[in-house]
Design a binder for this molecule. Structure first.
Ligand code: HEC
Ligand code: HEC
Ligand code: HEC
Ligand code: HEC
Ligand code: HEC
Ligand code: HEC
Length: 304
């Protein structure tokens, strides 16, 4: 194989240089310099010094990122399956997940936790929540006490087989695509504004409407108007002080009741009487799969 020949020639060149360096070292300065040369094997690598050091400017991750993730250049020597080929150095030595270096947490998310693929740690290595590339990912996906949110609510997601499509073209200007629950019902005008970092008219943040005419007769009593509506809050993606999601922000009335506009007014401790599968007596969400799920969850409290 041609590559094998090149490698062989390169190795010969390295060995020759090494012997020359050793000879010079012995002839000039004796043992101390010789030791220095022995403890610096990096100088012999085919790659630049620091290619394997995450703190170095030459780190291979950074190198790949600025080169638009040109994996083909690595595959020439490390094999198409990244398992080492003629180099004997497999990417899987360190990239231990099934997809190797193409795993979803390699370039964003937590490199050490495959269940965390979203930022913090955006595609440039940033973790500050004041950047829109990081923002409120964590509080939506991993620390959300209100409901279940998934990537597909806000993005078109690549799969392992087409992962390369989404990063090979460089940073995309409009990578938010609100879908499914975010645009449920009347919320078809849900939108994210990249310039202000704000999200408006999503179902999740209260752009909903439930009609009295659609309710079964025995449930119409709860309506004080012909419909119940949420507050359609506009929220700032990088504001994480808790002020944007208290009970009553997405649904609630200005006088402090958290039931939606058009719903009989009741204290938070009473919701359990009719929405017993969603909240408890303290007004805490007890089942995240039932809250902000696009469904009316009406269930009388059997314990009473
Ligand atoms: C000796 C261990 C090691 C080997 C071998 C290795 N990697 Fe990595 N690689 C890492 C570590 C560690 C990181 C992540 C560091 C961090 O960001 O925390 C990384 C990060 C990356 C990244 C992420 C770039 C980004 O956007 O941050 C890519 C892509 C990558 N490696 C590709 C490869 C490929 C392709 C190979 C094989 C040709 C390979 N790596 C071999 C340890 C290794
Ligand atoms: C010309 C062949 C060649 C190409 C192209 C190549 N490598 Fe290597 N790589 C090697 C060889 C040989 C080694 C093992 C000895 C060494 O470090 O030179 C190696 C070792 C490594 C190591 C381990 C370094 C260490 O110190 O343990 C990493 C990480 C790595 N390569 C990543 C990459 C990445 C990422 C790419 C693509 C950007 C790439 N390589 C492209 C030949 C190559
Ligand atoms: C080699 C690096 C790399 C790997 C591997 C990778 N991504 Fe990405 N991903 C990026 C970069 C860079 C961006 C930022 C913007 C862009 O280029 O589209 C991104 C953006 C995204 C986005 C935001 C929406 C979009 O379309 O840009 C999602 C969602 C995403 N990645 C999911 C995944 C999933 C799921 C996988 C695994 C199947 C994965 N990524 C693997 C580099 C990577
Ligand atoms: C609630 C909405 C929402 C959800 C859910 C969400 N994202 Fe994002 N994501 C955003 C926003 C907003 C941005 C910033 C968009 C921009 O830069 O214009 C973003 C940006 C990104 C980026 C780009 C970072 C960069 O450096 O360019 C990646 C990668 C990403 N998201 C991955 C994910 C993954 C993976 C998931 C699921 C595990 C996910 N996101 C779920 C809203 C979301
Ligand atoms: C006495 C019974 C009762 C109590 C107590 C009650 N609700 Fe309701 N709620 C209903 C009925 C009936 C509907 C309408 C169901 C339909 O249209 O089928 C409803 C609908 C809703 C809706 C809109 C549809 C849905 O299920 O999401 C919200 C939001 C809501 N209630 C929130 C609350 C909150 C918050 C509290 C506590 C402050 C509360 N409710 C207390 C009976 C009650
Ligand atoms: C991020 C916005 C948001 C916040 C914050 C929020 N809710 Fe909701 N809530 C909704 C939406 C949207 C619905 C409409 C029904 C659905 O999709 O589950 C809803 C419906 C409800 C219902 C009706 C039962 C149901 O799920 O159908 C109750 C009860 C309720 N919320 C109580 C609470 C309580 C208590 C809190 C504070 C602990 C709270 N909500 C905070 C968005 C929110």
């Amino acid at each position: 194989m041609e590559l094998n020949k090149i490698m062989e020639l390169k190795m010969k060149y390295y060995i020759l240089s090494f012997i020359t360096i050793i000879s010079i070292a012995i002839l000039t300065d004796g043992c101390s310099k010789l030791k220095e040369n022995i403890t610096q094997p990096q100088a012999l690598s085919i790659h630049k010094t620091g290619f394997n050091d995450t703190t170095s400017a030459n780190f291979h991750g950074k190198f790949l990122a600025v080169n638009n993730f040109d994996f083909a250049s690595c595959q020439k020597c490390h094999a198409a399956d990244f398992k080492g080929g003629i180099t004997g150095v497999s990417c899987y030595n360190c990239h231990t997940e099934g997809a190797g270096p193409l795993a979803c947490n390699t370039c964003h998310g937590d490199f050490h936790d495959p269940t965390r693929t979203a930022p913090p740690r955006d595609a440039s290595g940033n973790t500050s929540t004041s950047l829109i590339t990081v923002g409120a990912h964590d509080s939506h996906l991993y620390n959300n006490g209100f409901g279940i949110v998934a990537c597909e609510n806000c993005h078109k997601i690549p799969t392992a087989s087409n992962a390369a499509d989404h990063f090979s073209h460089g940073p995309q200007p409009n990578i938010v695509k609100l879908d499914s629950l975010a645009i449920h019902g009347i919320a078809t005008d849900a939108s994210f504004d990249t310039s202000t970092g704000t999200c408006a008219n999503t179902y999740c943040h209260g752009n909903f409407e439930f009609k009295k005419s659609d309710a079964p007769t025995e449930r119409k009593f709860a309506y004080t108007s012909d419909k119940m509506t949420g507050n359609a809050k506009t929220v700032t993606w990088t504001k994480l002080d808790g002020s944007q999601a208290p009970c009553g922000s997405c649904h609630g009335t200005p006088d402090g009741f958290i039931s939606p506009v058009g719903h009989i007014k009741l204290p938070i401790t009473e919701c359990v009487a009719c929405h017993s599968t969603v909240v408890n007596e303290k007004g805490e969400i007890i089942d995240k799969t039932r809250h902000i799920n696009g469904q009316i969850n009406y269930a009388l409290n059997k314990r009473k």
